[in-house]
Design a protein around this ligand. Structure first.
Ligand code: SAH
Length: 247
């Protein structure tokens, strides 16, 4: 009997200990802690070694890439890889693009303060946040409703309150807000959606990967000049496909 009681007391002691440990454990690293500093160091290194070293030159784009907290846009279990040189899964079969690809597309879009920008494929919201560092008029369309709803909270928590997110099929753009000075498409269709060409302003730039799903696609920059559409083949990329919503 006494042995049972002391075993129970020992168990109680252990459980209280675990409870106290869980209660006192900090859930977030405090600002300015070693972990926060190391994210900053990782971000500066990412810009230097992955982005500037590969030829992205625009100072405002480099500054935006140094500013946006990429680790806030990846799932918690991927936080250790937030600044690595690759895309990462964000759930629903989707990915946050490789940092270099985000920087390259942003540079190609030539976003100036006050420009109205449309992104297709909000995903984690990371590309939208980078665009929001350059202009206060960012519109983004996401087809997965759960991603569209979680991203709005994340963007406003991080201070990107001007970004407007809509849950819709981005093939059709955002007609009510058109025309756009820049359109950045972060999922690959097999042809350039005509509604997006229609919503590009005179002098506007569209950056879009086009090609078959599951293989290399071509990244195009398309410009509207004097009513004409001029396309430039930039490089090969791999994006998730632009899917279509049944209508
Ligand atoms: N720009 C994102 C990454 C994009 S991944 C980021 O910075 O995290 C591609 C995204 O495009 C996915 O979230 C996918 O759901 C979305 N998508 C695919 N087809 C779409 C469509 N027709 N309209 C809008 N979004 C689409």
């Amino acid at each position: 009997m006494r042995r049972t009681l002391s075993a129970a007391a020992a168990l109680l002691f252990v459980l209280i200990g675990i409870g106290v440990f869980i209660a006192l454990r900090p859930s977030e690293p405090p600002r300015g802690s070693a972990e926060q500093k190391s994210f900053t160091a990782q971000r500066l290194e990412m810009v230097q070694t992955q982005i500037a070293a590969r030829g992205v030159e625009n100072a405002a784009v480099l500054a935006a890439m140094r500013t946006v907290l990429r680790h806030e846009f990846v799932p918690r279990d991927r936080i250790g890889s937030a600044y690595s040189d690759r895309p990462l899964p964000i759930g629903f079969g989707q990915t946050i693009s490789q940092p270099f690809v985000v920087a390259l597309m942003t540079e190609l879009a030539q976003v100036r303060p006050g420009d109205k920008v449309l992104e297709i494929g909000t995903g984690s919201g990371y590309q939208a946040a980078v665009l929001a560092e350059l202009t206060d008029q960012v519109y983004s369309v996401e087809i997965v409703p759960q991603l569209a709803s979680s991203v709005t909270g994340r963007l406003s928590r991080l201070g990107y309150t001007s970004v407007r997110v809509r849950d819709a099929d981005g093939y059709f753009g955002w007609k009510e807000r058109a025309p756009f000075d820049a359109i950045v498409v972060t999922a690959a269709p097999d042809h350039v959606p005509p509604p997006l060409i229609g919503q590009l302003a005179e002098g506007g730039r569209m950056v879009i990967p086009v090609g078959p799903p599951g293989s290399y696609q071509t990244l195009w920059r398309i410009r509207k000049k004097g009513g004409k559409v001029v396309s430039e083949n930039v490089t090969d990329v791999i994006f998730v496909p632009l899917v279509r919503r049944e209508r």
